[in-house]
Ligand binder design. Sequence first.
Ligand SMILES: C[S@@+](CC[C@H](N)C(=O)[O-])C[C@H]1O[C@@H](n2cnc3c(N)ncnc32)[C@H](O)[C@@H]1O
Length: 391
Amino acid sequence: MEKIRLRVKKIPRVEIGHLWIFSNELETVPKLEPGSIVEVLTSEGKSLGLAFYNPHSLIALRLLKLTIVDDVLRSIKYRILRAKLLREKIFPNENCYRLVYAESDCLPGLIIDRFADYFVVQVNSAGMEKFIDTIPKIITELYPNCKGIIAKNVTHFRKLEGLENYEKVLFGQIPEEVVVTESGVKYILNFYQAQKTGLFLDQKLNKRFIRRISSNLKVLDCYSNFGGFGLNAALGGAREVTLVDISDTALGYARRNFELNGLKNGNFVCMDALDFLRQEFNQNRKYDLVVLDPPSFTKSKKNVQSAIAGYHQINKFAMRIISDNGFLATASCSMHIDEPTFLHIIEEVAYSQRITLKLIYRGGQAPDHPILLSMPETRYLKFFVFQISKG
Ligand SMILES: C[S@@+](CC[C@H](N)C(=O)[O-])C[C@H]1O[C@@H](n2cnc3c(N)ncnc32)[C@H](O)[C@@H]1O
C-alpha cells in the first residue's frame, strides 16, 4: 500500500478528530489514482491510519479511522449497520430518514437517504465512488424489503473531486412516483425530478414545531419546494397557507401533496420569493407566520457578503408583512454562515425595522444528520422561530 507523508509533525485539527487533510499539507502530491486507499504518515513517520486519496481535490486525504490491518469493506458495512441502528433509535416510528451522513458516520463522502422501501445514494468522494457497486448489496442485506436504489450523483462537490455527475438506478425499480409518509404527512415523491435526494429530511423536527404553532394562523411558506412546512402548517390547523417557490415542478407536487393529505386551504404561487415578499409588503397584506427556507445563498467563503445581503433582504420584507405578535421562522442552510453570524443578521434587521424578537424555538438539522464536533463542516442548518412584537 502506498504511503503519503505530511509536511508537518501534527495538524492540530486532525489531532482532535477532523477527517480532512488538504493538498498543501502533504509533503508531495503523488500521482495515484483518485480514490486510492493509502496510509498517512506524519513528517516523523507516525501512522495516522488509512485514508481515501484524491490528487485532484483540495481535500487530498479523507481519513478513515482505520489501521493498515483493517478491512475497509468490512468497516464500511459495519458503519452502515451502526448508522442504521442509530436512526432506528432516534426515529423508531419513521421510515424516511437520512441513513448515512458522510463524515459524521465515518463514511467519507457517502450519503444515503431512506424513503420507505426506496433508497437514494449520493457519493461525493472519489474513494467512496469505488464502492458504488457494493453499497446496494449492503443496503439490500440490511433492508431485505428494499424495492429500489437510485444514485443521484449530481452535486457541485463531485466536480471538486473531479467526478462525473450522473443519475442511475443501482438496484430494483424506481417508479416514476411513490407515496411516502414523513412525520405523519404524505408526500408524492418523484426521485427523478426531486432536488437533492428527495425530501428535505434535515428539517424534520422544525416542521413538527411549525405544525404545533400553526393553529388558526394565516401562513406564508417561502421557498416551499414540495410543501414541507406548508403541509405541516395546514395539518396543524392553519387557516390559510400560501406556498411560494420559483420551481413550477416543485409547486405542482406541493399542490398534489395538499390534495393527497385532504387539505383544501393552499394557495400556490410560482415566483421569486423576494419579489413576492416585496409585493405583499407593497399591497399591505399581512401574515401571522412566515417561513423562510431559502436554498444555500453561498457555496463558498468568497460569496459570504452577498449571502448576508440576501438574508437581510428576505428577512426584512418578511418582518414587515408579519402582523403584531405573529411569527417568523427563518432558516439558513449555508455552511459558510455560522449561527452567530446568522443571528446577528436577524438582530440587525429587527433593529432597523423597530421590531422586538422573542426567540421561541431554536432548531438545526435533525439528529439523523449528526454533527461531528471535531468537523464544523458537518453542521450547516440554522433554524429559528421568533415571535414578533411591533408595539
Ligand atoms: C431548501 S429548499 C426548501 C425546502 C422546503 N422548505 C422543504 O422543507 O421541503 C429551497 C427551495 O427554494 C426554491 N428556490 C430557489 N430559488 C428561489 C427563489 N429565488 N424564489 C423562490 N424559490 C426559490 C427551490 O426551488 C427549492 O424548492
